[in-house]
Design a protein around this ligand. Structure first.
Ligand code: ATP
Length: 319
């Protein structure tokens, strides 16, 4: 490839800017022309494309959100919409594209690859729900935001309320709940990947309080249901009335952690090098520290494996 574009698509996540910066700077370093597409696939269809230079991505590595903005675009789901997108790229001589987003965005990238544009996907989502990478860009920051929030809840809980239910994001994936739960010493972690019994949780809470436990945190992944409902079910069983906190979109904001910036930088540079090598229709990830590119077909057809060892560890340590 001689000229590439980069876009962000789907839900935003912290570290997307660091990834955009890495793609732009790495492409320029290798002598490619590089363009940015505003608002994901919408901008591709509506020709909202501009050329980037080294300075275009200055002062963004530390910023949350995405300077390229993101969108969900219905037109791109149609054959005609995608044809317009390809024509817009071709007219500028752009023959490669890096798509930063979730699995829906990956599928879009795959379709463009089939139409002759070389594409690479980067996992940009806080949910950590994408297989063939240990972590997605934004996940580490989201977890640290949840842990920070729970630290604050603990302070006030020890003084007043004795129990909290914290609902966290992650869609169908329990990883934010799992990692934040382990890191903050949660008493129970409810995730969609592992069956649980509210009876057992309620009994254990009651026992622990009888044995002098001063506070308890129950983390509920949104894929399991609403924190409010879980709290009601607990109260019905043991009389304890947990306070409910729904963290919501604050989990998706703020400055990315160094881990997310490094992950984004490595993946962005890798995607450019893969495109230069002629690769296409692949999703980039890091597995056990190694950079890997996996066919998007395989990525979207595979369910992310849940780390049961970490889950069991969290259980053992929460007595
Ligand atoms: P996240 O899960 O983090 O929100 P995502 O990338 O999965 O991110 P989606 O809304 O599923 O978010 O997808 C983003 C955009 O990608 C869609 O608005 C659409 O334009 C495009 N897209 C999604 N699925 C497909 C598909 N099967 N074929 C072509 N394009 C698609």
């Amino acid at each position: 490839v001689k000229s590439i574009a980069v876009l962000t698509s789907g839900g935003d996540s912290q570290g997307m800017n660091a990834a955009v910066r890495a793609v732009v700077r790495s492409a320029l370093f290798h002598g490619l022309e590089v363009y940015a597409v505003q608002r994901g696939y919408y901008g591709l269809i509506h020709d909202d494309i501009r050329q980037m230079d080294l300075r275009s991505v200055g002062d963004i590595i530390q910023r949350g959100g995405t300077i390229l903005q993101t969108a969900r675009c219905k037109e791109f789901l149609t054959e005609e919409g995608r044809q317009v997108a390809v024509e817009n790229l071709r007219r500028r001589g752009i023959d490669g594209l890096v798509v930063i987003g979730g699995d829906g965005s990956y599928q879009g990238a795959n379709k463009l690859s089939q139409l002759g544009i070389k594409t690479m996907g980067l996992p940009g989502t806080i949910d950590n729900d994408i297989p063939f990478t240990d972590f997605t860009i934004g996940f580490d920051t989201a977890v640290s935001i949840v842990v920070d929030a729970i630290n604050k809840l603990r302070d006030t809980m020890t003084s007043h309320e004795r129990s909290s239910v914290v609902e966290v994001m992650g869609r169908h994936c329990g990883d934010i709940a799992l990692y934040a739960g382990l890191a903050s010493g949660a008493e129970a972690i409810l995730v969609p990947e592992v069956p649980f019994s509210i009876d057992d949780i309620a009994d254990r809470m009651k026992e622990n309080f009888q044995h002098g436990k001063r506070h308890s945190i129950i983390i509920v992944a949104e894929g399991v249901g609403r924190g409010e409902d879980i709290a009601c079910q607990i109260t019905e069983r043991n009389g304890i009335e947990p306070r409910v906190t729904v963290l919501g979109h604050i989990q998706r904001g703020g400055t990315p952690t160094h881990n997310d910036r490094i992950l984004a930088s490595r993946l962005g540079d890798f995607a450019v090098r893969q495109l230069m090598a002629g690769d296409s229709g692949k999703a980039c990830g890091i597995i056990n520290g190694e950079l890997v590119a996996t066919p998007i077909d395989q990525v979207v057809a595979t369910k992310k494996t849940f780390n049961k060892d970490l889950y069991d560890l969290a259980l053992r340590l929460s007595q």
